[in-house]
Design a protein around this ligand. Structure first.
Ligand code: PMP
Length: 400
């Protein structure tokens, strides 16, 4: 009965790893997937996470019962405070509902399903370009996906005018997806002043902001700085939605820990919204897993552990920033044609190199360097040892 099933295409991002795994070359590099690596090229489990896990294991009172549909209560409260700020009036007024979801992706999907059922406007505008999974997550939830201009290839920076024009001509009430910080794949974020202009325009047109926060703390190394865009929108008293991921900032990728927060007008609305979120979640996966959320709650709850986390987080962010400088210097010392200053200007885990798909294919074939065909490289996958090889490959690709 399944004979007619055709082979589906590999995921454009995860497929890069599949190809990388098949390559026997000793110099191969995987700069496709956005996962942090140490200077030695190894995955990193944060010390504070190991410590939290140890505490959880040693606590014999802990059992493996189901969590509620909305997840771990402590985790939800602490996650909302982390993104909105401990002193956020929205949190204090109990008008935020937060549900634990399956990492960032699951939070986006639950939010999208809720909007498709309960929000009057089904159009969602997403930046062009954006993370490849966004259009699928929103489209499959039943929203109608449109794009707004975001990136200007000629400046390798923000197309602010295009963005404002496109949001200005969006249908009233449309949902707008924003990357809270460290825009993926471009590494280009609006400035604080630009965010303020975006906020004013969005509010004047009653657009509904939906923030994807996958990199809080990873962009600048500071958790509060990276939450500024979201907090700006919450401060004005209006509604907004936030999908949070702990994959990158706590290194919990495979634990699938995330949260969806919906900021409402008042506590009464928030209660009703939460009741509907439960109706979205129950038939999808009943309730979320307990382990990862317990790790996050343990770390966020304890002052010392929280402090330790911020230090480890900053060390990851700083290493990435250092890789930017090293790559930029390596290209300059090779006299590679072109202006590569965007490598040090861009923010977060990725550099949007400006290399085209032919150049990427050349680098993969000749240098065994794997990345997405849009020329995005994960800076977190680089080390001082591997920068020269990458610089050689980029130099060869642009001068051939
Ligand atoms: N949003 C963005 C912009 C991302 O880059 C990612 C991860 N690459 C996610 C969401 C979701 O990640 P996860 O589901 O692993 O938390």
């Amino acid at each position: 009965v399944f004979d007619h099933v055709v082979m589906g295409p590999e995921d454009p991002i995860l497929g890069v790893t599949v190809a990388y795994n098949k390559d026997p070359s000793p110099v191969k590099m995987n700069l496709g997937v956005g996962a942090y690596r140490t200077e030695e090229g190894k995955p990193l489990v944060l010390n504070v996470v190991r410590r939290a896990e140890q505490m959880l294991v040693n606590d014999s009172s802990r059992v493996k019962e189901y969590l509620p549909i909305v997840g771990l209560a402590d985790f939800n409260k602490l996650s909302a405070k982390l993104i909105l700020g401990a002193d956020s009036p929205a949190v204090q007024e109990n008008r935020v509902t937060t549900v634990q979801c399956l990492s960032g992706t699951g939070s986006l999907r639950v939010g999208a399903e809720f909007l498709a059922r309960h929000y009057h406007q089904h159009t969602i505008l997403i930046p062009q370009p954006t993370w490849g999974n966004h259009p699928k997550v929103f489209g499959l939830a039943g929203l109608s996906v449109k794009t707004y201009r975001y990136y200007d290839p000629s400046t390798r920076g923000l197309d602010f005018e295009g963005l404002m024009e496109d949001l200005g001509s969006a249908p009233s009430g449309a949902i707008v997806l924003f990357h809270a910080c460290a825009h993926n794949p471009t590494g280009v974020d609006p400035t604080a002043q630009q965010w303020e202009q975006i906020r004013q325009l969005a509010r004047s047109k009653a657009l509904l902001p939906f923030f994807d926060s996958a990199y809080q703390g990873f962009a600048s190394g500071n958790l509060d700085t990276d939450a500024q865009s979201v907090r700006m929108f919450v401060k004005d008293g209006g509604e907004c939605i936030v999908a949070q991921s702990f994959a990158k900032n706590m290194g919990l990728y495979g634990e699938r820990v995330g949260a969806l927060s919906i900021v409402c007008r008042n506590a009464d609305v928030a209660g009703r919204v939460e009741s509907q979120l439960k109706l979205v979640i129950r038939p999808m996966y009943s309730n979320p897993p307990i382990h990862g959320a317990s790790i996050v709650a343990t770390v966020l709850k304890d002052r010392n552990m929280f402090q330790e986390w911020t230090v480890e987080l900053k060390a990851m962010a700083d290493r990435i920033i250092n890789m930017r400088t090293q790559l930029f210097d390596a290209l300059r010392s090779r006299g590679t044609p072109g202006d590569w200053s965007h490598i040090i200007k861009q923010i977060g885990m990725f550099t949007f190199t400006g290399l085209n798909s032919k150049q990427v294919a050349f680098m993969t074939k000749e240098y065994h360097i794997y990345m997405t065909s849009d020329g995005r490289i994960s800076m977190a996958g680089l080390s001082s040892r591997t920068v020269p090889h990458l610089a050689d490959a980029i130099h060869a690709a642009v001068t051939r």
